[in-house]
Structure formats: structure tokens, C-alpha cells
Design a protein around this ligand. Structure first.
Ligand SMILES: [Zn+2]
Ligand SMILES: [Zn+2]
Ligand SMILES: [Zn+2]
Length: 508
């Protein structure tokens, strides 16, 4: 039996074991040795490494990984776009990383930055994998990564030869990176060792994706890396600050391997498999083994897949309105596509994220245009939550579905706060009281689902409960709350919900 020390430091109620996997060629996997019911923690664990990408260095704390764009600031339970109360201070030495508090700064200094600051001060490093390599070397130097963790880091696969084959000039680039890392950190390892470390990080890292679908950086942990992929996974992972949390999507039997999806498992087979080539394997799951033409058959006659793919290729996050018009405007390739068939749900999600990015750090009260962006975001979140998601993610408490609904509620909350006069938008035929009612309607659903999807003690469930108290002065069991609502109240809410779906362009 393989060494079980990889499980050290993982918080889990269930029995897990590291064993040879039937999914990975020549690799290990994480096996449940007892039954895990649906909607339970498989484990949670502090990741070894969390590094913000270049675009998020100035908005993310280098230690606790709090991000200024979090829709609910998990410490103060306020919506950060309005006033998170969090200010990030630059490190005076390198002027590169930022911290939300002196305690975070002190912690990071001890764990890695004492060695890393000099490196950053000398040269700004754009490559996030190189920064991660340097971080690990610094931790090694300061003795803040244990021998056992270091062993597991170096036991991860690297696929260095495959990288060198598939990416031109890669060998030269990583050689340079390795020699820089060695010189800067003053470590005695050989360049070859560092080159492989770099590839190990590139292959095994995960993207730290926020609730808002914003990717803020990379994260690495050998235990998380050992979980193998399936296009029909039994578990789902997400991040809470610097911690990974893995939860079961459905009941897992004793002896079953824990699987997650490395890519968007709701995409068509060939698209999925195209993405998976970056991990150098051919997925052998049951879903992939089924007839490849299944997905193509779902496309209704007369729809132009190529035109839609072209439109997606030229998608521009910084100009969502242009992409929106090109895809869903008059005569656009997205017009008339079934809203429950990929890539339409993903397009709605991308467009909503694009509009959100435009309003995230702006004061919406001042500009008509910003308010219009909020309504445009709403037009995409509604079909995503109520038409797309139920079709592509049949589990109603799937974490992605709950997050999408949560994002919709946060958007409605924001609209209520800033859109004082809805009559300025003649097309949006809803009164503020109606928006308020539908906000409550969706919020009750999130309140009910978040403890199952993310866990009772998760920041999401906790902040939703707090928002319920704040906005509706109600607390307690979500099921009881729903039951106590009068039928005619629910009827009214449902009526507004349907009208709003219609407004978003959905036939109901
Ligand atoms: Zn912090
Ligand atoms: Zn510094
Ligand atoms: Zn597959």
C-alpha cells in the first residue's frame, strides 16, 4: 500500500486512502474506504501554495488570498463593490505583493516572503508558474515546507518531455527560468530539478476560481493533485481563501475512487477532450466512451455551429456589449438557439461576468451607463440560472448552480441599492418592490441549497444566512421559513419571476 502521509493535514470525517488508480495510467488516486452520502465534505485542506496572477496582484492579499472583487466580503459580510472596508497595503520592500493586515504580512514574511522579497525587488516576474517555483524554493529554504510535503511535491508527475515536445522553445524558456530561480533563491539544487519542479507546477496546479467565476491565480497541493478526472465526476472542489474544499455530488460507495472534472464537464465530448489534452491523457470515462455523435445530434436543424464558434473565438470580455450584440443581436448566430444547450449557457455566463467586471469597482449611482450594464448582466443571469443550468447540471444543489443563483441574488441586491428610479429604463417594467420580492424569492432558495452544496459552515452558507438576517430580519431553518410563507405571497413572487424571465427573452 502506498504511503498515506499525503493525507496528513486534511480535515475529513470519512475514511480515505491513497491507492493505485484504475483511471490514471501509472498513477495514484484518492479512494473512499467508507460510504460518503451526497452533499458531504470529502475533505478540506490548506493548499501549499496560492499565487495571484499578474492581473490580480494588486487586488489580492498575498497571505489569506482575500480578493477585493469578492461579491460578499467574507469577513465583513458587505458587498465589496460598495464598500468592503478592506484596504490592501503594498510590501515596502518589493512593492509587488499586497496584504490586508499586518498579521497577514507577518505570516507571509515568515512562511516565504523573507526569502522571496529580494527576488521580487530585483525583477518583476510576469510568469505565474515561475513565481510559484520561486515560492516553493523559498519555503524550502526557510524550512516552512515539511520533508513529507516536499517529497509529495516532487512525486507529482511533470510530463516535462511532453511539454518540450508540444511547446516550441519551452525547453529553453524553462532552462532560463530554472537558472534564474536558482540564482535568485541561492538554492543548491540542480537546474534539472528546478526545470521539473516548474513543469510539475504547470501540470498539477489548479486555478483559484472565485464564486464570481473570476480566476485570480493558481493554487497547488499534492493531495488535490492526486484526485483524478472524470467527465461524470462524483465530487466537486472549490476554494475558500487559501483552502480547498472537496464535496460529494452524489453518494459515493466504499471502494470508489473520488473524481472531479478538470474541465467543464457540461461541454460536448470533443470540446471537452480537446481541453483535456493539456494534461496529456485520453479520458476513458463512461461518458466519453459513449457514441461521440450524441452531442451533435442535440443541435437543432438549421443552426450554424461554425458561426457560433467564430463568435465565441472573438469574444471580448472588456467589451461585453459588443460581443453580446454580435452573438445575440438581430441576426446574430445565438438568436433562437435553445438556451439549454451548450455553448449558450456558457455564453450567458461569460457575458454576465463581462458586464459585472465593468461595474465591479465603479460607483453605479453616478452613471446611467453603469446602471444599464447591471440590467444587461441581469438579462444573461436569468436564462443561465433558470433554463441553462437545470438542463446541463441536473443536480439541483450542484455547487455551480447554487453559485450562479447566488450571483443573481447579489446582482438584484445591487440593482435595488442603486437603481432608485426604474422608470428611467422604460424597457424594464418592474417596480422596486417587485425587484425586492424576487430578490427574496431567489435568496430563500440559495439559503436552502448552500448548506448542501458548500457545507453548513462554508463562508457562502454563513454569509447568505447573515444577508437574510440583514435584509429580511429573518433567521433560522430555511425549510421552516419557506413553509411559513403564505401561499399567495409565494404565488406573487413566482409571478414576478416568470415576468422577469420573459423580459430576459425567455419563452415561459
Ligand atoms: Zn490577508
Ligand atoms: Zn516584498
Ligand atoms: Zn471523459
Amino acid at each position: 500500500m502506498p504511503d498515506q502521509s499525503l493525507l496528513d493535514g486534511a480535515k475529513t470525517k470519512t475514511k480515505l486512502s491513497i491507492e493505485t488508480s484504475s483511471l490514471a495510467v501509472d498513477g495514484l488516486g484518492l479512494i473512499a474506504t467508507a460510504v460518503i452520502p451526497a452533499g458531504e465534505d470529502v475533505f478540506s485542506k490548506q493548499q501549499i501554495l496560492n499565487i495571484a496572477d499578474s492581473a490580480h496582484l494588486i487586488t489580492t492579499c498575498d497571505c489569506c488570498f482575500i480578493w477585493l472583487g469578492d461579491s460578499v466580503n467574507l469577513r465583513t459580510y458587505t458587498i465589496s463593490a460598495e464598500n468592503s472596508g478592506t484596504i490592501l497595503k503594498k510590501c515596502g520592500g518589493c512593492q509587488v505583493v499586497r496584504y490586508c493586515s499586518t498579521s497577514c504580512q507577518r505570516k507571509a514574511w515568515k512562511s516565504h516572503h523573507k526569502a522571496e522579497c529580494k527576488v521580487y525587488a530585483e525583477k518583476y516576474i510576469e510568469d505565474v508558474y515561475l513565481r510559484a517555483t520561486i515560492r516553493l524554493l523559498c519555503m524550502r529554504k526557510l524550512g516552512t515546507i515539511s520533508d513529507s510535503q516536499w517529497y509529495w511535491v516532487n512525486r507529482m508527475q511533470s510530463h516535462m518531455e511532453d511539454y518540450c515536445r508540444s511547446e516550441q522553445l519551452f525547453r529553453q524558456a524553462i532552462s532560463e527560468a530554472a537558472s534564474m530561480a536558482l540564482r535568485w533563491t541561492g538554492m543548491a539544487d540542480s537546474e534539472e530539478v528546478i526545470r521539473e519542479l516548474y513543469c510539475r507546477i504547470k501540470l498539477n496546479h489548479m486555478t483559484n476560481i472565485r464564486m464570481e467565476s473570476e480566476t485570480t491565480g493558481i493554487t497547488l497541493d499534492p493531495l488535490a493533485a492526486i484526485i483524478n478526472h472524470s467527465c461524470d465526476p462524483n465530487a466537486f472542489c472549490f476554494f475558500e481563501g487559501t483552502k480547498i474544499r472537496v464535496r460529494s455530488l452524489r453518494p459515493i460507495v466504499a471502494g470508489e475512487e473520488i473524481t472531479i472534472s478538470y474541465t467543464d464537464d457540461t461541454l460536448a465530448r470533443d470540446t471537452r477532450r480537446g481541453y483535456l489534452t493539456r494534461w496529456f491523457f485520453d479520458c476513458a470515462c463512461e461518458k466519453c466512451a459513449k457514441n461521440a455523435s450524441d452531442d451533435v445530434l442535440k443541435i437543432p436543424r438549421g443552426f450554424n455551429v461554425e458561426a457560433l464558434n467564430d463568435a465565441m473565438q472573438s469574444f471580448d470580455f472588456s467589451q461585453p456589449d459588443k460581443s453580446d450584440f454580435a452573438i445575440f443581436g438581430a441576426g446574430g448566430p445565438g438568436v433562437g438557439w435553445p438556451a439549454d444547450l451548450q455553448p449558450i449557457p456558457n455564453l450567458h455566463s461569460h457575458l454576465a461576468t463581462g458586464y459585472r467586471a465593468k461595474t465591479m469597482f465603479s460607483d453605479p449611482t453616478v452613471s446611467h451607463e453603469v446602471q444599464l450594464n447591471l440590467l444587461s448582466e441581469l438579462r444573461h443571469r436569468l436564462p443561465l440560472c433558470f433554463v441553462g443550468d437545470p438542463a446541463i447540471r441536473p443536480i439541483s444543489t450542484h455547487p455551480m448552480r447554487v453559485i450562479n443563483l447566488f450571483m443573481l441574488t447579489m446582482l438584484l441586491r445591487r440593482i435595488l441599492l442603486v437603481l432608485k428610479d426604474t422608470s428611467k429604463f422604460p424597457d424594464f417594467k418592474f417596480q422596486r418592490t417587485e425587484v425586492g420580492l424576487v430578490y427574496k424569492y431567489y435568496m430563500m432558495k440559495v439559503h436552502e441549497d448552500a448548506p448542501i452544496s458548500h457545507g453548513k459552515d462554508s463562508p457562502l452558507a454563513v454569509s447568505v444566512a447573515e444577508l437574510m438576517r440583514r435584509d429580511f430580519a429573518v433567521a433560522g431553518d430555511p425549510a421552516m421559513m419557506l413553509a411559513s410563507m403564505k401561499d399567495d405571497q409565494l404565488q406573487t413572487m413566482r409571478g414576478i419571476h416568470l415576468r422577469m424571465l420573459q423580459w430576459s427573452g425567455m419563452r415561459v
